[in-house]
Write a protein that binds this ligand. Sequence first.
Ligand SMILES: [Zn+2]
Length: 294
Amino acid sequence: MQARFHAIWSEITPKLQEALLPYMGNDDFPAMLTAKQVESVKQISGLDDHALTLALLPLAAACSIAPISRFYVGAIARGASGNLYFGANMEFAGVPLQQTVHAEQSAITHAWLRGEKKLVSITINYSPCGHCRQFMNELNSGTQLAVYLPNRPKLTLADYLPEAFGPGDLVDTPLLLDTVDHGHRLKTGDELVLAALDAANHSHAPYSQSHAGVALQDEQGQIYTGRYAENAAFNPSLPPLQAALIFMNMSVGNGQSIKRAVLVEGENSHLSQWNATYSTLTALGCTEVERHTF
Ligand SMILES: [Zn+2]
């Protein structure tokens, strides 16, 4: 079992421990449960869907990296596929707070990067902040996305974000988690650059058209990619580096051992992710950072 789950494990009921052990007992547990695994966990633990996601929250929060606030937030996103995806907040010492990742952004981006096409609900251990309510309003689930919190009735995003401003107020556009392929090409055989290009091609940037992707390689050679997720209100947009750091954290729980990083974006785009990407990676101790453009 990954070390980050050790402390919280004893607080899980024995039945749920038994149900989760076949998956969470492995060091390569990907911080998600497939629909089939969810059914097995429900059967063994005796929990229903709602009770299970609430019970998983402390485990998701154990994935939090919060050196500044020490405030550990966990989220569980449920896909239309039935899969459950963990999410947790991430903070980065040495760079502006704007680089922070919230738990809802983490769970949603995690689901997106694993190929989920639509979300039906999100469960969080604290009420979603205004920033996250706006971020979630970019999803193709719309305001009907169910939002669950401990000891609260089931509400939807529409309840948390009345009089909403969103993508529908702007251009007719694909929404977050819709399938897109922007078709950019680069002539290279470099695996990491191609991974970042693929992420850029599946990024969500309907307002600026500034498609961007990041690929990170760890000391073991594993690659983690992140796509830019633009928001109709601009500021809640999630940069591609943050998406890649989310994926890396969820996959292996170590955001600090990045050996090489590549940003791919348009040479003549309206905006560039380069300065923020470079400064945050430098703060994380990664010195081999490259920018490639299409
Ligand atoms: Zn938030």
